[in-house]
Design a binder for this molecule. Structure first.
Ligand SMILES: [Zn+2]
Length: 226
């Protein structure tokens, strides 16, 4: 019997339901190295996911779970479910891509979004359950979000060394800003930046597309390594 047999099933009352454990086995359908997917659940029934979204941390693909069915194919407008009233699909989609690129799967992960729209930061926090610091945000949140803090600063990041799991930089960030990222990132933390940014030696490129490069911080450079 297939071990997957009980993961998703159908009942007359509720339609399909996706067993939450299956999420660990799902992979992005695109042709690249395997990776777990970032998951955000909007509606659950016990251990089953009815509505949600999956994001690929490698290619930033964003996939819907709708009516208990995981649509692991490149999304088109026609097969996407409707969202809550007032919630913009573009905002949620962009937020999921950011959460995926930042690899925010750890409970209570902390990420810093630099110079971005505050509502995107709010969406990222809700999709990932991460705590988000909206640093030097370009706007004010349109509604209160428990897991988003707004911080304003100058060139230096006002955070402890090795304290954050991910940083997303705005376009046009300088090399000194990248050095700040390296200082505040934990080993294994991620930097997401404009694709034109050149990466330092302890930032290992994981993925890139025409807009963004995703890198992992491999830890402080030590003389004994390599
Ligand atoms: Zn992918």
């Amino acid at each position: 019997m297939s071990p997957l047999k009980n993961f998703g099933y159908r009942t007359a009352e509720s339609g399909y339901r996706l067993y939450i454990e299956l999420i660990d086995l799902l992979r992005c359908p695109r042709d690249h190295e395997e990776s777990w997917l970032v998951a955000a659940f909007h509606k659950m029934e016990g251990r089953f996911v009815i509505e949600g979204r999956l994001g690929c941390p490698l290619c930033s693909g964003s996939y819907e779970i709708s009516g208990g069915i995981a649509y692991l194919r490149d999304a088109t407008a026609s097969d996407s479910p409707s969202l809550e009233p007032g919630q913009s699909r573009e905002t949620e989609d962009e937020a999921m891509r950011i959460a995926a690129m930042l690899g925010l799967i750890k409970p209570a992960a902390v990420a810093v979004l630099v110079g971005m729209d505050a509502d995107i930061a709010g969406e990222v926090s809700e999709l990932s359950n991460a705590r988000i610091v909206s640093l030097n945000s370009t706007s004010v949140q349109s509604r209160e979000r428990e897991n988003v803090a707004a911080v304003m600063s100058g060139a230096r990041f006002p955070f402890a060394a090795a304290s954050v799991d991910g940083v997303m930089l705005e376009r046009g960030s300088s090399a000194s800003v990248v050095a700040e990222c390296v200082r505040v990132l934990r080993t294994g933390g991620r930097l997401v930046a404009d694709a034109s940014l050149s990466l330092a030696g302890n930032l290992r490129e994981l993925a890139r597309d025409e807009r963004y490069v995703v890198a992992e911080f491999t830890g402080p450079l030590l003389s004994l390594t390599r």
